[in-house]
Design a protein around this ligand. Structure first.
Ligand SMILES: [Zn+2]
Length: 249
């Protein structure tokens, strides 16, 4: 099991750089939006990590401690090299200087090449605040004088996970082979997805159908069974027209 580090200052300084870092508001967000892609990247040999900003203490069910434990189990399912939780106040995540600078320090320590953020619009303020904090921290982390004590680092690529955004994705990853494992990772959150079903907490079959249907929709856009959508603000480059995937007609 991956231990979720909620006191990142205790991280060993020799931590190896990550290839991909997903920054999310709550434990179980990445398991719903980009977990399949993280699993796929780990299978390709890349070092993947997740930084959750809040522990979910405003949730109706479970305790923050339980959520962190479940997040550790889900991290192992997704083969993450690292997972941390900042324990910022749930449902009140705010883009303050202190919060931004904390994430700047995390990015400098973790040194990811690609960062996945939540889409910048959404129903829950924590999600779009996380997108804004994540983007600004990625930018500021590259400014040397921001903190002369640590080495500057700016990720090469920032992409937004748009699973629930209902916008046209810039690209979709094929997670057909990773879908089941992503589902298992999500169901590690037994405090959220187990027990008595209600309007707010549907039973497992309903959860499975719902996630399969959404992933199926995005998979269909690229001609595979299951997919995860992303938006990039910049234009994607193509070097060889012969290598372009997805049939036009
Ligand atoms: Zn969330």
């Amino acid at each position: 099991m991956v231990t979720v580090n909620s006191q990142l200052s205790l991280d060993p300084p020799e931590i190896r750089p990550l290839d991909v870092l997903a920054i999310a508001a709550h434990p179980d967000d990445v398991e719903q939006t980009c977990g399949g892609t993280l699993i796929r990247m780990a299978e390709l040999g890349y070092r993947t990590g997740v930084l959750d900003l809040a522990a979910g203490e405003m949730g109706t069910r479970g305790t923050p401690e339980l959520r962190l434990q479940e997040a550790g189990e889900a991290a192992a399912k997704m083969s993450l090299a690292w997972r941390g939780n900042r324990r910022f106040p749930d449902a009140r995540i705010d883009n303050t200087i202190a919060v931004r600078m904390t994430i700047v320090a995390d990015i400098r320590r973790l040194r990811p090449r690609v960062v996945i953020l939540p889409y910048w619009e959404g129903r829950h303020p924590d999600h779009y605040k996380t997108a804004e904090i994540g983007y600004e921290a990625c930018f500021l982390a590259g400014i040397r004088k921001m903190d002369p004590e640590t080495e500057p680092h700016r990720p090469m690529k920032v992409v937004y996970s748009s699973m629930y955004a209902n916008v046209k994705p810039s690209f979709v990853t094929d997670i057909t082979r990773q879908f089941e494992r992503r589902m298992e990772a999500l169901l590690c959150y037994r405090s959220q997805y187990g027990g008595e079903a209600s309007e707010l907490f549907p039973e497992e079959k309903e959860i499975r159908e719902r996630h399969a249907a959404i992933a199926r929709f995005y998979g269909n856009l690229i001609g595979v069974k299951y997919g995860e959508p992303f938006v990039a603000k910049e234009t994607m480059r193509v070097d060889d027209l012969m290598q372009m995937g997805v049939r036009s007609i």
